[in-house]
Design a protein. Structure first.
Length: 144
């Protein structure tokens, strides 16, 4: 496999039932979803025709294939993918190229804030049960 060749990646289980023909006929883990007239990987121009036909069959317009790649990669990062994992899934060798997909969303900001709050609560709860030496010393001074 060259550095630029497609990398195998696990697909969400929910996506596979949408692709029954692909799932039943693929060759191991390397089966193609879109194939040209001869069953091989389509050329760039040939793929545009295949993509346009697929969109028409499901009644969609104005969606570029790269839009799927971008959306899928963005959702992957929201799901918690690390930068090295994202680079591997996308086939990127540079951090800069992969970081395009690391969008900050309001939902993610809230998840981070909620996690920090939970960590803080847990830490404070633990310190309330076991006072530090400084807290014990300060309590001793107040009692005098």
């Amino acid at each position: 496999m060259s550095a630029r060749s497609p990398k195998p990646a696990a697909a969400p289980h929910r996506a596979e039932p949408s692709l029954p023909d692909w799932r039943d006929t693929r060759d191991g883990e390397e089966g193609l979803i879109f194939v040209g007239a001869k069953g091989a990987m389509p050329r760039r121009g040939g793929f545009r025709r295949i993509w346009a036909k697929a969109l028409a069959e499901v009644g969609l317009k104005g969606i570029r294939f790269h839009d799927l790649r971008h959306t899928g990669s963005t959702l992957t990062t929201i799901a918690g993918t690390t930068l090295p994992e994202l680079k591997e899934r996308m086939g990127h060798s540079s951090d800069r190229a992969a970081m395009i997909y690391l969008h900050a969303t309001q939902e993610r900001h809230q998840e981070i804030a909620d996690t920090l709050s939970a960590m803080t609560r847990a830490q404070l709860k633990g310190t309330q049960e076991k006072p530090t030496g400084t807290r014990r010393a300060r309590r001793g001074r107040k009692q005098s």
